[in-house]
Ligand binder design. Structure first.
Ligand code: OXD
Ligand code: MN
Length: 603
């Protein structure tokens, strides 16, 4: 890891390599943000939205090829391929360094190189970690201001000896070529060739060719999850793809819940849930990432290392997530949404009827008869957490919050009940390791086949997934069972024979949380089944929902034969991890099969 104060040398090395025309040290101030935003508006790379409707907010339109994370261009360059494991793209670190040297050489010519010091987590938190991102994209700087704590304090901490993660980003589109000729700029510079590279041993990040958030805001997936998971493994904590919330019961008692769901399964909606049951309250702490470590009393505590939301816009509405709509009332950057005639934003699902005379995400005139969506399906809003009306007052607390429950969920049309409680921590780790969703589009593979996404970390674990499961087991083994959060599997997405969702979801998910809390309080029993503890139907509150006994039966059905088939697939999946598969995971699978074979089904 870079030594104290070596950031000065590092910055100068990167400048020598990339040859920018100017170097700017960022301070995270409002003045810096305003000046950069105005500059980008003048250059035509941002559109200022209607000041009366959406104050201090902007729209960016990306290059049509640069709209999402690029998993096939994301690399874990550990010294040994087996340390990246079968779920990551591994590349030889020395070869990758040669490639990066070539790609970054002169990549910032004619551009400004911004040096952005940032903290993940409150600067004073024992769980905070520091980073410095170098970027040639002012758009990245603007987003970093909203997503992270950008502050020069970080440099003082590093001067005082704190560790830090060096992260280099270039859009890979110089404005001067190697012969000195000037090249034209575009509103969204990027490069056809992209590299999102992590060196876990030296804890470095290098990102080339993309301006899109998940590839370019290096504090997020790159540092908080891929490098974060490596730091967690080495230092005894957990970096997780989880939302974080505080739930308050009608009795006024608080519970903290972390929940892992694969991308695009509604984490932001759950983090900002509006309870439908009287007396319940949800306060948001984070919608994407949680860092979990053992507190002084032995209980697990969590912080959200981020300071903003980078949420998917389509589908977000007053009906599905009123808090998100309120959060982005001002000071928000939108990427790839549609523009209304009066300078505001729109996306599919925001209203039932689209406004007339929209301009789509590519800048083309759009109307309801158009063949393509007005907003890109992965269009985004970036906004500070502080603006969220449901934000928990403790979201910035350096100590974080004590976890009471951890939820694992996938998007399962079949098999997985609405909620199941794990038998114990190790069984909970097995639940996390077997998260999956049925594939819904032929583009993802065979429709209906299971797409595995263990712990929702498939694209985000910076080391061998088998070792990561072992690390979770070790955290459990070193903690008294009564201090550990209880682990549950949930599934909002089960479908009936008619292909329709069985469960209303959204605010009604409060009912699942209510049952979980009742379990924590020992107020309700659970029914032992082969796959874990199920609610007694008579004790599960569905009052007023009008769900028939058949629907309730289907929501909680455990089909032993189908589960045995699924166990077969899990065995095949586990085999991919070879020696890195913890023996306990095989034992959990054996235990499941034994219970299924005995015909354990909920009464
Ligand atoms: C995200 C993701 O953008 O998980 O959060 O893809
Ligand atoms: Mn995510």
């Amino acid at each position: 890891m870079p030594a104290q104060n070596s950031y000065l040398r590092w910055v100068s090395e990167i400048a020598t390599l990339t040859q920018p025309s100017e170097l700017v040290w960022c301070d995270g101030s409002d003045a810096e943000w305003n000046a950069l935003a105005s500059m980008m508006v003048e250059q035509g790379s941002l559109i200022r939205l209607n000041e009366a409707k959406r104050p201090n907010s902007f729209l960016a339109r990306s290059h049509p090829s640069d709209v999402a994370r690029v998993e096939d261009r994301t690399y874990i360059c550990s010294e040994r391929a087996e340390d990246a494991g079968p779920t990551n793209n591994w590349a030889n670190p020395s070869e990758m360094r040669r490639t990066l040297d070539e790609k970054f050489s002169g990549s910032m010519r004619g551009r400004v190189m911004y040096v952005v010091p940032f903290a993940m987590g409150p600067v004073d938190s024992p769980q905070a970690r520091f980073g410095i991102e170098i970027t040639d994209s002012p758009f990245v700087v603007l987003n970093m201001h909203l997503m992270n704590r950008v502050t020069r304090d970080v440099l003082s901490r590093i001067d005082d000896g704190a560790d830090w993660v060096p992260a280099v980003h270039s859009v890979g589109s110089p404005l001067i070529d190697s012969s000195g000729a000037t090249l034209a700029d575009t509103s969204w510079p990027c490069n056809d060739e992209k590299y999102i590279v992590h060196f876990p041993e030296t804890r470095e990040i290098w990102s080339f060719g993309s301006g899109y958030g998940g590839n370019a805001l290096l504090g997020k997936k790159c540092m908080s999850l891929r490098i974060g998971s490596v730091l967690g493994r080495d230092e005894g904590w957990l970096a997780e793809h989880m939302l974080l919330m505080k739930l308050t019961s009608p009795a006024g008692k608080n519970y903290h819940v972390a929940a892992a769901f694969p991308s695009a399964c509604g984490k932001t909606n759950l983090a900002m849930l509006r309870p439908t049951l009287p007396g319940w309250k949800v306060a948001t702490i984070g919608d994407d990432i949680a860092w979990i470590s053992k507190g002084p009393n032995g209980r697990l505590r969590a912080i959200n290392p981020e300071a903003g939301f980078f949420g998917v816009a389509p589908g977000t509405s007053l009906k599905t997530n009123a808090a998100a709509i309120e959060t982005m009332r001002a000071n928000t950057i939108f990427t790839n949404v549609a523009l209304t005639e009066d300078g505001d934003v729109w996306w599919e699902g925001l209203t039932n009827v689209p406004p007339a005379n929209l301009t789509d995400w590519r800048g083309e005139a759009w109307n309801a008869a158009s063949a393509t969506p007005a907003a890109h399906p992965n269009s985004r809003f970036t906004v500070s957490l502080a603006q969220c009306p449901t934000i928990d007052p403790d979201w910035n607390s350096p100590q974080g919050v004590e976890l009471d429950a951890i939820l694992f969920g996938g998007r399962r049309a079949t098999n997985v009940p609405l909620v199941v409680e794990s038998r114990d921590w190790n069984h909970g780790v097995f639940m996390g390791a077997t998260i999956s969703s049925e594939q819904t589009a032929a583009a993802e593979g065979e429709v209906g086949a299971l797409r595995r996404d263990p712990f929702a970390m498939l694209p985000f674990c910076g080391y061998n997934m088998g070792d990561y499961w072992q690390h979770w087991l070790a955290i459990g083994a070193s903690t008294a069972p009564e201090l550990l959060p209880r682990v549950f599997q949930v599934n909002w997405f089960r479908k009936g024979q008619d292909g329709k969702f069985l469960w209303p979801g959204f605010g009604e998910n409060t009912r699942v949380l209510e049952w979980i809390v009742a379990r924590l309080e020992g107020e309700v029993a659970s029914v032992d089944s082969a796959i874990g503890g199920l609610p007694m139907i008579s004790e599960f509150n569905v009052a007023g929902l009008g769900l028939s006994p058949e629907v309730m039966g289907q929501l909680f059905d455990v089909d032993l034969d189908r589960w045995l088939d699924e166990a077969e697939l899990t065995e095949e999946y586990f085999a991919r991890f070879g020696d890195h598969l913890p023996a306990e995971m095989s034992a959990q699978l054996d235990g499941l099969r034994m219970r299924l074979g005995r015909g354990e089904r909920a009464a």
